[in-house]
Design a protein around this ligand. Sequence first.
Ligand SMILES: [Zn+2]
Length: 427
Amino acid sequence: MEDLPTPLRCFNECHAAEKFVDDGVESVTSLEQKKVESSIEEVINNYKQIHSLPQPALVREQHYQYLKKGLRHLSDAYECLDASRPWLCFWILHSLELLEEPIPPAVASDVCQFLARCQSPTGGFAGGPGQHAHLAPTYAAVNALCIIGTEEAYNVIDRQKLLDFLWSVKQPDGSFMMHVGGEVDVRSAYCAASVASLTYILTPKLFENTTNWILSCQNWEGGLSGVPGLEAHGGYSFCGTAALVILGKEHMLDLKSLLRWVVSRQMRFEGGFQGRCNKLVDGCYSFWQAGLLPLLHRALFKEGESELSQQRWLFEQQALQEYILLCCQSPTGGLLDKPGKSRDFYHTCYCLSGLSIAQHFGNMELHHETILGKEENRLAPTHPVYNICPEKVARALRHFHRLSVTETRPGDVTPSEPTAGSGDQQS
Ligand SMILES: [Zn+2]
């Protein structure tokens, strides 16, 4: 006899008590919050009417078809992402690896050739062929090539020039510009640390002062802002923390206040995460916020925290899965921000990445799965630092470890062992 499915949290009678209370003070944001809650309540009620046994399903086949098509053809709506084309490669390829759908060799080779055309003659990758190198598409391109993981893919990356590019955007205070002459924020530190560690060109000199600069982005709320002095934000908190994990300095954060900030961003009624205090739930923060919990779990464990669970992260994993499966899936494939919004590849990637985090606790040795709905909902695990599958991280590190960089800056020592190693980073 089959086991009865796990009762849904949102079917519980007490669930309505989790709704937002405005304390009699109506504001633009309180009205928006109530509107979102009622649209989610409607989704839940519709689901209840059709399904007596709650088994929310991941519509895998529809997601697969949507993603497969996106690798070859994009609608006019994507014109605005003409300077973010390596991102589309990463979002789609990572979504496919989470769904455990293989990439046909001919498609993989075409992606390699396209990304090679995005590589700048001065190093790093641009948002499209002929554009200027920029750290964000550089991160996306390196991740996409590591997901493909073939010799052809690895050989696209000119590591020597990549190192030159990273030096060209490094600032004396430890921060990085997103591109030459561009803005500085904590995303760039993460993108730089991520590509440098994956390709084995990370040197202490290149990241001199970076730790202190990132630490200065943690504010009184507990989370991190884009630059020192601004509001704490999910995307920047993830980038800053993941960069510190790569640099082996995450213990220097105020871990407890970051933990309190991030768990408070999981919405009581919706189950998903908001990006900032007093903002609305959004599916993409399923990764940017929930992805912080594996990083924090490991950091707290290393600090000797003895009360940590060996089965669960420190957030409501089931509630997040309910939000993603019930509220963020387009029935025709692709995932989205919240009910009423349209699907896109960015939200598809980060909703699936967050779903994977919520399903898998631990690392290769210690692993516990919490899968809502049928076993077919199970995604592949993702590496919480790089957000590609852990075995792809391990393979890339093995490959690039064998190679060397011929020229380094004065004072550089040989590339150091990336501390966020091959899938052993979680707890
Ligand atoms: Zn979003």
